[in-house]
Design a binder for this molecule. Structure first.
Ligand SMILES: Nc1ncnc2c1ncn2[C@@H]1O[C@H](COP(=O)(O)OP(=O)(O)OP(=O)(O)O)[C@@H](O)[C@H]1O
Ligand SMILES: [Mg+2]
Length: 166
């Protein structure tokens, strides 16, 4: 099974994903956690964050998940995932696919700004920031959406809610 956590930068994908992964792993040791940033490091070829880099990263991410899925490995995947057509394809190719949209409001993302992406984008210092010059299409491909106020709860509570729905 592939559990696909999507959302903007700072939404909480990595934080919630790691907790969810630990919870699932206690019952299903054949589970791995894959994170978009982590895999960019694994590829090792410094893909950019422009549309082309993002698409390549997404395609590789999906192919890796498919390989693991075919070997009976469950994946908790945390990825920004801006391509609705990739997400629709996921539903066809994986043995089971559960997509969760972590829909943290923009004002909270800007308040957290853990990577200082939003401040730098607003100051015109960087481009290719989702929510600024790259849109996040709100295409309803997800199985579960967590919006405010629930998305502002403790990440352990959010992870438990996701696990209940699997
Ligand atoms: N539910 C939550 N309540 C409060 N703070 C949270 C919550 N979820 C995450 N955070 C905090 O928000 C910040 C960003 O979270 P996280 O790194 O998980 O986001 P992300 O979606 O993985 O972002 P990116 O796409 O940039 O990797 C972290 O400092 C994290 O501790
Ligand atoms: Mg992250």
């Amino acid at each position: 099974m592939i559990i696909w956590l999507i959302g903007m930068s700072g939404a909480g994908k990595t934080t919630i994903g790691q907790i969810l992964y630990q919870k699932i792993k206690t019952e299903h040791p054949n589970t791995v956690f894959l994170d978009g940033d982590m895999l960019r490091d694994v590829w090792g070829d410094h893909l950019g964050h422009d549309m082309e880099g993002r698409r390549k990263n997404a395609e590789r991410f999906t192919r890796l998940c498919l390989m693991l899925d075919r070997q009976g490995i469950h994946v908790v995947a945390a990825i920004l995932s801006i391509f609705p057509e990739e997400r629709r394809k996921n539903r066809d190719i994986f043995s089971r696919y559960f997509e969760v949209f972590i829909d943290t409001p923009m004002e909270e993302l800007v308040r957290r700004d853990s990577k200082r992406l939003y401040a730098r984008a607003a100051a015109g210092e960087i481009k290719d920031v989702v929510g600024f010059d790259i849109p996040m299409p709100r295409t309803e491909t997800w199985d579960m959406i967590i919006s405010a106020p629930a998305v502002l709860e403790d990440p352990h509570v959010i992870a438990a809610k996701i696990k209940e729905r699997l």
